[in-house]
Design a protein around this ligand. Structure first.
Ligand code: ZN
Length: 218
C-alpha cells in the first residue's frame, strides 16, 4: 500500500502534522512505516511536475507516536488544528491538507452502505467505497455551502453578525450550508434573513470564488 518514492501527510482526528515553521510536513516511506499505528492511506495526487505521488495517512489509534523531529533540517513536528492552520499554509500545502481532510472525514463516516446497510470497503486507493453486499459504489459526499459579504447600497458598509458560539466581540460575515433543492443565491438570502433579519435582493448576489471546505457540521 505504501510506495517507496512517495510522500505522505499525516492526519490525526481534526489535526494535521506540520513542521515547526508552519509548513505541511511531508514524510517519506521509511518514516511512515516506523509509525506503529493503525492507519488508512489515501492517494491524493501527483506533485513535483507529476513525478511524486502524495498520500494522506489518517492515524486511527488513540496514541499516535510520530517522530519528534525531521532529521534532515532539525525542524520539529507537531499536530495542529487543520481548520484554523491550513489557511496559513502555501496554496499547494493548503490544497493538499484540505484534500486529505476531506477524504479522511468521509472515510470515517461512511463505513456502511446507505442502500442496504452492509459494510463497505475502500477501493481505488481510498477514493471511493464499494458495498460488500450489493456492490453499490459511493464517493465522498459534498456539502455545498456559501459565505457572503452583504454590502450596503452606498458601498462603504458590510453586514456582520455575532454567533453565540463565537467569543465575545468576534463578528463575522454570513455563511451557511445550501439546503437540498436550493440555489446558492437563495441560500445567501435565507441565511442572511435567518441570522440577521435583513432582507436582501437575491438577484444582487454575485459569485466571487470557490474553496474546499471539508469540515462537516461546521
Ligand atoms: Zn449495499
Amino acid at each position: 500500500e505504501l510506495e517507496p518514492k512517495a510522500l505522505y501527510v499525516l492526519l490525526n482526528g481534526n489535526q494535521v502534522l506540520v513542521r515547526s515553521d508552519l509548513e505541511l510536513a511531508y514524510l517519506d516511506y521509511a518514516t511512515v512505516q516506523s509509525i506503529k499505528e493503525e492507519s488508512r492511506t489515501t492517494f491524493l495526487g501527483m506533485i513535483h511536475q507529476h513525478s511524486t505521488p502524495v498520500f494522506g495517512v489518517d492515524l486511527l489509534g488513540e496514541n499516535a507516536s510520530v517522530p519528534a523531529t525531521d532529521d534532515g533540517s532539525g525542524a520539529l513536528y507537531s499536530f495542529v488544528d487543520t481548520r484554523t492552520t491550513a489557511p496559513l499554509f502555501s496554496a499547494l500545502d493548503n490544497e493538499i491538507a484540505l484534500h486529505a481532510t476531506a477524504y479522511a472525514q468521509w472515510q470515517r463516516r461512511s463505513g456502511f452502505c446507505t442502500l442496504c446497510g452492509a459494510p463497505t470497503t475502500l477501493v481505488e486507493a481510498g477514493t471511493s467505497r464499494r458495498c460488500t453486499s450489493c456492490n453499490t459504489p459511493s464517493w465522498p459526499r459534498q456539502d455545498p455551502s456559501m459565505i457572503a459579504v452583504i454590502g450596503s447600497r452606498c458601498g462603504n458598509k458590510v453586514l456582520l453578525a455575532r454567533s453565540p458560539r463565537h467569543p465575545p466581540k468576534m463578528h463575522t460575515v454570513l455563511a451557511g450550508f445550501v439546503e437540498a433543492g436550493e440555489t446558492f443565491e437563495a441560500a445567501v438570502a435565507r441565511e442572511t434573513m435567518e441570522e440577521t433579519g435583513v432582507c436582501i435582493d437575491e438577484g444582487s448576489v454575485t459569485y466571487v470564488a470557490s474553496q474546499p471546505w471539508p469540515f462537516p457540521q461546521s
